[in-house]
Design a protein around this ligand. Structure first.
Ligand SMILES: [Zn+2]
Length: 322
């Protein structure tokens, strides 16, 4: 799915508004400091005009000792400035512009090491939010993250399994940028599969990764709609985010309507992500024989070959909470 022109323009307008707002905040912040310490502005302005004067004299071929004198004078002013800033409990940061995203300075675009202009992580996050209707995820993740984790509803072997799963999930997050890995969270309803997927989504979004979180019903709906587009390129373009986002979470695999399209679309998707070394998390009630029967041997073999299976057991936490 690509953004429509209208959606793209609306994101760019949002960036305009953010830049305007932050420019005002920056100005206010600096104004306050200069009102309190007027000598700071005076010294900064004077140092700038001394440097301009020096540059002009240099072009005219002035005497080197005169140039040095100007340079010393400007340096002295800047030394005074730094001393005053430090003694007033301020820091250089207090003078810097305010940004929502420091990486792209609220423009939505950054340059990679080869000088190519590309979308910033904050742009991709907005894009994904619009394209995959992810706006509800943010509020869900406020409730479902590691800070809300409780072991109170599990005991015995169930508790051990949960502890192991939490450990693996935390490692998955810590090693995310260095280590390509995938998870299948298995278990019956309410054992914490979706909760753990949310915990991972929460932490990775916080660290500026692109995450798409879809129920399997929504995912196959999207794939089916695109499938029948006759234009191959358009189809590939439309699936690009699903192939390339840093993390794809497929929640509740097995709840969608089964047909031959679903099995081949699932294989296509997880295989493509595997080839691109992009991590995927699947949560499901299905066990291995169910997976084979529903989605074929090649899906099962891809999952058992490159996914870590975490099995959760226990009573339904959701009914326990109610
Ligand atoms: Zn950015």
């Amino acid at each position: 799915m690509a953004l429509t022109n209208e959606q793209y323009d609306s994101i760019m307008r949002e960036y305009d508004a953010i830049r305007n707002r932050n420019a005002r905040i920056t100005e206010e912040k600096q104004k306050k400091i200069y009102a309190k310490f007027p000598e700071l502005a005076e010294w900064e302005n004077k140092a700038v005009s001394l440097k301009i004067k020096k540059a002009m004299l240099l072009m005219e071929g002035a005497n080197p000792s005169k140039l040095e004198e100007l340079e010393d004078e400007a340096t002295m002013l800047l030394v005074n400035r730094v001393a005053l800033i430090e003694s007033s409990g301020l820091s250089e940061e207090d003078f810097e512009p305010v940004y929502d995203c420091k990486d792209c300075k609220d423009t939505g675009y950054v340059y990679d090491s080869e000088g190519n202009r590309k979308k910033c992580h904050c742009f991709r996050e907005r894009e994904i939010e619009i394209l995959y209707n992810q706006s509800g995820i943010r509020s869900l993740l406020k409730k479902e993250n590691f800070s809300k984790l409780t072991y109170d509803f599990h005991s015995g072997e169930d508790l051990n399994k949960l502890r192991t799963a939490v450990e693996v999930c935390k490692k998955f997050i810590v090693n995310f940028d260095e280590e390509y890995s995938n998870l299948v969270l298995c278990g019956t309803v309410g054992t914490g599969k979706s909760f753990l997927s949310c915990c991972i989504a929460h932490d990775l979004l916080e660290s500026y990764h692109s995450v798409i979180y879809l129920s399997s019903i929504a995912l196959f709906d999207i794939l089916a709609k695109k499938q029948f587009s006759s234009d191959f390129e358009e189809r590939e373009e439309s699936n690009k985010n699903l192939y390339e986002c840093d993390l794809l979470i497929i929640d509740d695999l097995g709840t969608e309507l089964t047909n031959s399209f679903v099995a081949s679309a699932l294989f296509g998707l997880i295989n493509e992500r595997h080839l691109r070394r992009k991590s995927t998390i699947i949560s499901t009630n299905l066990d291995l024989p169910d997976i084979r029967e529903k989605y074929s041997d090649r899906v099962l073999s891809r999952l058992t070959g490159s996914y870590t299976f975490l099995n959760l057991t226990g009573r339904d936490m959701r009914t326990l909470v109610k």
